[in-house]
Design a protein around this ligand. Sequence first.
Ligand code: NAP
Length: 253
Amino acid sequence: MIDGTGMPETAVVIGGSSDIAAAVLKLLAPRRLRSVVLAGRSLENLVQVGNDLRGVGLQSVHCRHLDVAATASLAPFTAEAVGILGQVDLVLVAAGQLGTSVLEDLGAEDVSSLVATNFAGPAALVTEFAKYMVHQGYGRVVVLSSVAGVRTRKANFVYGSTKAGLDGFATGLSDALAGTGVTVNVVRPGFVSTKMTAGMKPAVFPVDAQAVARAIVRGLETGQQVTWVPPKLRYLFAVLRLLPSPLWRRLGG
Ligand SMILES: NC(=O)c1ccc[n+]([C@@H]2O[C@H](COP(=O)([O-])OP(=O)(O)OC[C@H]3O[C@@H](n4cnc5c(N)ncnc54)[C@H](OP(=O)(O)O)[C@@H]3O)[C@@H](O)[C@H]2O)c1
């Protein structure tokens, strides 16, 4: 059950070896979290994260192979995770890949694979868990979107467009779930220093995974629907999304 402060006892994490997800779980472990299912493509990486979490007091960690782009595996995975945990208080969707947006390097397979990994798969999986949570009568879904989806830019337009799709899906689902006891929090970080961005030049207002984790936990405590990290990006993007295209192209890197 989720307690009065919004803290979950059980969680399913998609992209369980994500640096941001691991930082969130490290904050939740000493609060109330007792049991998690970590899902991703590398069991080795998941086991490593699981061992770290046991070190900070998490009682029970279950690691499962899941490629979120493999649609046929999503409903069976949902049923398995529910079976393991008994009740699912929180689903955290952190799976994602940056891919490339250099036109000469892009083929049809690359684009559809990124759409499947960052948008279609997570949206399909969240649908399965949302239906289960409505039946359960409560639950919290946290979806890692990105400011890259607020206005897509030429340097990462493929990634940005997948996040725009996921963001729109999650905010719409949040409205559709009103009154059911199930809520969705869409998280829009800017540049975060993690293995996804290793070696890249930081964009404006960079943060680390711990800052995103703190914002997500605050969002759980306060029942936020949309979380910008850092918060000032909300105001910056209110202006940036109105910039004329020629200017955006010049700034958009
Ligand atoms: N870092 C940033 O600047 C930033 C900014 C805004 C939003 N975000 C978003 O935040 C989320 C977490 O990112 P992060 O920075 O923590 O990066 P990360 O450490 O690279 O984590 C990404 C995770 O996604 C998993 N993943 C990739 N493809 C997958 C697939 N097909 N099926 C299942 N899992 C898959 C990876 O594990 P495996 O490869 O082992 O499967 C990895 O655990 C992502 O959705 C990202 O788009 C990141």
